[in-house]
Write a protein that binds this ligand. Structure first.
Ligand code: PAF
Length: 282
């Protein structure tokens, strides 16, 4: 695996790949990599000839400076894991490279996508995500880009950007990987001790509770049951939403295929999100 830090080196490496007509699979990450990321890298390897990963903690998508400061960083381990899992090129840029003076991103109106759930609780977050993902797409020109569905709304936002700007890249959403306990794998889990992890399991228990009870309630009624179930645990709920998978609007009286429960909460000062599709897609 080659590691590059500058856009010049990145462009040089990719020019030869493109000349040979090889397809490029892209896995963007913020590092602190875990098995969930590795599943994306392996899938990218199966579906493309050449795999590019980025490790960059993008400051513009953090609405909380403390969260940015405390975001785990494990660069040596990240490079090792990527290499072991078949990544061909790792781009490890600096902020100066990513955001040069005068840099602009096309405007992508997000409508409700930035008003609901993560959009409501993390103002500006998705603009930051769009900014960096657009920048990477522009530099790397991947055929396919792989994103984990743990960030359910992020996948919807990126697909929206691709549609809106008519970008020639296929977005491949990939299933969330979980610990055997059910806890969704996340870089932020590195900030949890064993007691926190036990407490955080209540997120998955609540999602499973919703799945088990989907036939017993309307979405609105299940929402209330799920919130009181969640509040029996030790975590602080930010939101629990039962949503349409396309519009991400709250479901009220009737179920739709792909109905998904999304949760954001705090375990101590660590913010965790997770989701589960509780009605199968048709
Ligand atoms: O999901 C993430 O880790 C980040 O939001 C992404 C897509 C790498 C952009 O910084």
């Amino acid at each position: 695996m080659k590691i590059v830090h500058s856009i010049e080196e990145l462009t040089e490496s990719l020019t030869s790949v493109r000349k040979e007509g090889r397809s490029i699979g892209f896995v963007p990450t913020m590092g602190a990599l875990h098995e969930g990321h590795m599943a994306l890298v392996r899938r990218a390897g199966k579906e493309s000839d050449f795999v590019v990963a980025t490790v960059y903690v993008n400051p513009t998508q953090f609405n909380n400076q403390n969260d940015l400061k405390l975001y785990p960083r494990t660069p040596e381990n990240d490079a090792r894991l990527l290499e072991e899992n078949g990544c061909d090129l790792l781009f490890f840029p600096t902020t100066e490279e990513m955001y040069p003076a005068g840099f602009t991103t096309p405007n992508v109106p997000l409508g409700n996508l930035e008003k609901l759930m993560e959009g409501a609780f993390r103002p500006g977050h998705f603009n930051g995500v769009i900014q960096i993902v657009y920048r990477f797409f522009d530099l790397i020109q991947p055929d396919k880009a792989f994103f984990g569905l743990k960030d359910f709304q992020q996948v919807a936002v990126i697909q929206h950007m691709v549609n809106f700007l008519k970008l020639p890249v296929n977005i491949i959403p990939c299933p969330t990987l979980r610990e055997t306990t059910g806890l969704a794998m996340s870089s932020r889990n590195m900030r949890l001790n064993d007691a926190d992890k036990a407490a955080a399991l209540h997120i998955f228990k609540t999602l499973a509770f919703c799945k088990e009870n989907v036939e017993n309630y309307s979405p609105k009624a299940l929402y209330h049951e799920a919130v009181s179930f969640f509040n029996q645990g030790a975590l602080k709920l930010e939101y629990l939403s039962i949503v349409d998978p396309v519009t991400l609007e709250d479901l009220l009286d009737s179920w739709v295929p792909g109905a998904t429960v999304c949760i954001a909460c705090f375990c101590g000062d660590v913010r965790l999100i997770d989701n589960l599709t509780i009605v199968p897609y048709e």
